[in-house]
Design a protein around this ligand. Structure first.
Ligand SMILES: [Zn+2]
Length: 125
């Protein structure tokens, strides 16, 4: 049984934050799966990141821009899902809410805004 070392995280607050993280994980997992399923077949360099776009650059620039934006959103979403899963693992370890930079408790106000926060404000950069 993990014992949480964060002094301000009562069982009630922990339950609230964990419920929000589990909800985020559910939504992000579904969204990532939906976006992967919605990808065009063969019309984007998705399967091979080294593929250079060919042809008329002027005609393709809009598509490439849209693809790059979409790709960035995918990466952001996947990264956020990773943070959420990581936070849930910290629950199991009893280290949830502790800054991974200095080991000090992350203020509850910050955790309420960003439940998956891995660092306090000082070490967030
Ligand atoms: Zn810190």
């Amino acid at each position: 049984m993990a014992t949480h070392s964060h002094p301000d995280l009562t069982p009630g607050i922990l339950d609230e934050l964990r419920a929000r993280l589990e909800e985020s994980r559910k939504q992000l997992t579904a969204e990532v799966a939906r976006r992967r399923g919605a990808e065009g077949v063969g019309d984007r360099p998705e399967t091979d990141p080294n593929t250079e776009p060919r042809g008329d650059m002027a005609d393709q620039s809009v598509d490439i821009q849209a693809w790059a934006t979409n790709r960035q959103e995918d990466l952001d979403m996947t990264a956020r899902l990773g943070d959420v899963e990581h936070a849930l693992e910290k629950f199991a370890l009893g280290t949830y809410g502790m800054c991974e930079g200095c080991g000090r408790p992350i203020p509850v106000a910050r955790l309420r805004i960003i439940p998956e926060a891995r660092f306090d404000v000082e070490h967030a950069q």
